[in-house]
Design a protein around this ligand. Structure first.
Ligand code: AOF
Ligand code: ZN
Length: 325
């Protein structure tokens, strides 16, 4: 399963609105004979790629997949058919498919005499797609870098840089896995960010999205034409998310600033908080989040920390709303 998860992670950012699934095939003796991940929409699913590499060696063997194999005729034929035709004896999968059109693969395989094992595992590359399949809305990770006293800029507005070079490199890598990077027009005016994934060798760049009613400054770097930029003239996060859904986006990175993040928090549209906390103090200046709709301590938005790690000198915290657990 770890190998299947690795294979799927390599497709993260290239498959939306389809899931970045990973699969491996083991022969009868347990040797790895095929590896695959989802191809861009309309092309082969992970299982089909792994089975093609395995060929006859799949017969009597095991397929390990991060998502329950599909049982439907979508843009491609059912993977359950491909697995049965290949003579696979056993299928192991990590997550059930919440997509009603494709679900039911485990039962279909069992009915064909294949042994099916559900081995629950966290598949990070499928986090956003699973949320999308369940809710119909893109998954929003709100990312920010703040000082230990919670500030995202100094009193004079300067903010380059709060986070360490290591943290910034991580964010560039993260941008290659998402479909869209969203900021408010205030951030464009204040910081003039490029919002591209740089230094990663990535062939693909996320859609750049600016939210706000006013015009963008002429010469803003998001208008440099290097990557497409969408300007959504609204304050409503759901209007932004509907626009992104229409464009096939599933995995969204919200990068600020405090006003837009507050609007998403108020609307309950922050699905994960990713904080880079730098060991610095500013004592003044804007904080990461403004007006989250909370006025008293008992109304605080409760989070559950799912991971803490170091990013150079910074502490990286990944947390999800307690209400989502
Ligand atoms: C994928 N890759 O490896 C698996 C998927 O439109 P289709 O025919 O490509 O089907 C897409 C659905 O198939 C998708 O929403 C999911 O439910 C299921 N499984 N999809 O793109 C894969 N295993
Ligand atoms: Zn399939």
């Amino acid at each position: 399963m770890a190998s299947a998860i690795d294979a799927g992670a390599r497709a993260h950012g290239t498959t939306s609105p389809n899931p970045p699934v990973g699969a491996v095939v083991l022969d009868r003796a347990g040797a790895l004979v095929g590896t695959g991940h989802t191809r861009p929409p309309g092309q082969a699913h992970a299982e089909v790629v792994a089975l093609a590499e395995a060929g006859e060696r799949a017969r009597g063997g095991t397929a390990v997949v991060t998502l329950e194999p599909c049982a439907h005729h979508g843009r491609t034929p059912p993977c359950t058919d491909a697995l049965v035709a290949a003579g696979v004896a056993r299928v192991v999968y990590a997550t059930a498919d919440p997509n009603p059109q494709a679900a039911g693969g485990a039962e279909v395989l069992r009915a064909s005499g294949v042994e099916v094992v559900h081995l629950p595992a966290h598949v990070e590359a499928l986090r956003a797609w699973l949320h999308f399949a369940r809710t119909g809305r893109p998954h929003v990770t709100w990312k920010y870098a703040a000082t230990l006293d919670g500030r995202v800029a100094a009193a004079d507005g300067s903010s380059r840089w709060v986070g360490s070079p290591e943290s910034r490199a991580e964010v560039h890598a993260l941008r290659t896995t998402v479909d869209a990077v969203v900021v408010g027009s205030g951030t464009v005016r204040a910081d003039d960010p490029r919002l591209t994934a740089r230094g990663t060798g990535a062939a693909r760049q996320p859609l750049r999205v600016v939210v706000g009613m006013g015009d963008l400054p002429r010469g803003a770097r998001v208008l440099d034409g290097e990557v497409e930029t969408l300007h959504v003239r609204t304050h409503d996060p759901d209007v932004v998310l509907a626009e992104l859904t229409a464009r096939g986006a599933v995995d969204v990175l919200l990068e600020g600033g405090p006003t837009l993040a507050g609007a998403f928090a108020r609307a309950g549209r922050v699905d994960r908080v990713l904080a880079y906390v730098a060991p610095k103090l500013l004592g003044d200046g804007p904080t990461a989040l403004r007006d989250a709709g909370v006025s008293t301590i008992t109304d605080a938005v409760g989070l559950v920390v799912e991971q803490v790690s170091m990013s150079g000198p910074d502490v990286r915290i990944s947390a999800v709303p307690a209400s989502a657990r």
